[in-house]
Design a protein around this ligand. Sequence first.
Ligand SMILES: [Zn+2]
Length: 228
Amino acid sequence: METLLYDKTENCPVCRRDFSSKKVRSRKLVIVEKQDDLNIVYKDVNPLYYQILVCPECGYTGIESEFEDISPIHKKLFDDTVRYKWKQRSYGNVRTVDEAIECYKLALLMAQLFKKPKSYVGNICLKLAWIYRELQSEKEEEYLKYALNNLQDAYQGERLDSASVSEMTTAYIVAELNRRFGNYRESIVWYAKVLDNPEIKNNRQLQLKTREQWRLAKEQHDQQKNAV
Ligand SMILES: [Zn+2]
């Protein structure tokens, strides 16, 4: 486990202190299972645990890829609402599942405070749901529903190419979550959006997976109709 992780020094864009956070050597990861909603289960370590950075000094938290992006207005907002209440604590060691959940909850809190795009919020909710899945917690479903609502709104109202989840992947996840919740008719519409995207030609794996799940949703839809 230790060889899969290493320490990286980060700099907090709010208080400008350096701090250490674990990173995952992704090339060393061994895949155990690829799940239908694109969650990947790995042997020994869950890389999702380490995608959120938390500054131990001031509490500023964000997804690693967008950690630096904070405007002066948001800094002030953060100082007035979170920073003065923050009790110093570090998430810089190997994280337990409970610590990983705390990191995602902090990231959600910041996302709401800074009114981050719904794609960003949906992405955090999805990953948090996947962590709850490991625990077989009923919270998984709660966060999958938040993810579905946010990603569906994001697809319809936000530009997604620069966001952490691309347009096709977002449509696929919306389709798959709708199917999971028994909304077969909606899921079929969303799988079609993935297959109609001109970019799908460049993602053969997603294309095949979408066709497979689309057929499954159609079968489930027919079964549901026949049962009534
Ligand atoms: Zn800080």
